[in-house]
Design a protein around this ligand. Structure first.
Ligand SMILES: [Zn+2]
Length: 312
């Protein structure tokens, strides 16, 4: 019953004697050891992990910047990436559900859900196919992003206890910057009268943001699941919500096509305002290619567009 491995060893030894170049090729084809390789599903989590992990880790994302993680379909390329990782950080709550299927074929990889333990903060989706399920967009509230970073720090310490001091120091420094961001957002939106803090976005991704910074989500096209176009009934409900609400700008999002929103806004008599980042950071090497950069950009866009078109 142990013949198989022996035959393999003898065959390899034979190859080594007769044909060294084939042996070298065989070794080179093996995946590199997964020492300090971390993979993330979204670019937002990627940015948080690289801030805490530091230069000794290689940190890569699966969903490219500007792409929609909800509708992402992994290819063999992503499966290879995953198999070489030591740890994968994912959001959970549906937005990257494809990861769990992928992970079945990489059993040695440690999975860390960054929303784990945040149950008391989680909001539910009000309608659509995910009604009553958790809303995955917790990072839109910077205080909850801090919780993500704490979870990332703890996971890295568990994996590499020897360098725990380094991860704690990096996390503290990054959390300090996030707390400054949170205070800056509060200050920046304080100039807008609370009754004018209205949002109409493509995806219903701003519930956490609205709760934290005193906005009201007046409407949206997609109730979390972005693959489904809104039905005529959804649209007529949205028109009714807009009528008499004082809403005058409609925001589009970087990972979604703006067409439906443009048609809706022209019929509803409002303006299509700037593009916001929700499920991805901005393009690499732009000022918005980090979590902090994207949130600052979003807030500047929301404040300036409300000021410009709604006279707040
Ligand atoms: Zn989303």
């Amino acid at each position: 019953m142990f013949k198989g491995p022996y035959i393999l060893v003898y065959s390899l030894a034979f190859l080594m004697i007769l044909s060294p170049p084939i042996y070298v090729l065989f070794l080179e084809a093996r995946p590199a050891p997964a020492e300090k390789v971390a993979i993330t599903t979204t670019t937002i989590i990627w940015d948080m992990v690289r801030n805490v992990a530091g230069p000794s880790w290689r940190v890569e994302y699966l969903v490219e910047p500007g792409k929609d993680p909800h509708s992402f379909e992994p290819t063999p390329r992503e499966a290879v990436k995953l198999s070489q990782a030591r740890v994968v950080f994912y959001n959970g709550l549906g937005i990257d559900r494809w990861l769990l299927k992928m992970a079945e074929s990489a059993p040695g990889v440690r999975l860390v859900r960054v929303t784990e333990g945040l149950d008391q903060f989680i909001l539910t989706v009000p309608d659509g196919p995910y009604a009553g399920k958790p809303d995955p967009h917790l990072w839109m509230d910077v205080r909850l992003a801090v919780k993500y970073v704490e979870r990332i720090r703890d996971a890295l310490i568990e994996l590499d206890l020897e360098n725990s001091g380094e991860y704690s120091a990096r996390a503290s420094e990054y959390i300090k910057r996030l707390e400054e961001l949170d205070a800056w957002i509060e200050d920046r939106v304080s100039g807008i009268d609370p009754s004018k803090r209205l949002l109409f976005t493509q995806e219903n991704a701003f519930q956490y943001f609205a709760r934290r910074y005193g906005f009201k989500v007046e409407g949206y096209f997609y109730s979390i699941i972005t693959e489904l176009e809104p039905s005529p009934l959804d649209l007529s409900r949205a028109y009714r919500r807009v009528e008499g609400s004082g809403l005058c700008v409609f925001f589009i999002e970087s990972t979604l096509s703006p067409r439906a929103m443009e048609v809706f806004a022209s019929r509803a008599g409002g303006r299509v305002a700037g593009r916001l980042y929700t499920d991805s950071i901005g393009p690499l090497n732009s000022g918005e290619d980090s979590y902090i950069g994207m949130m600052r950009y979003n807030v500047e866009t929301i404040v300036s567009e409300l000021n410009r078109w709604c006279g707040v």
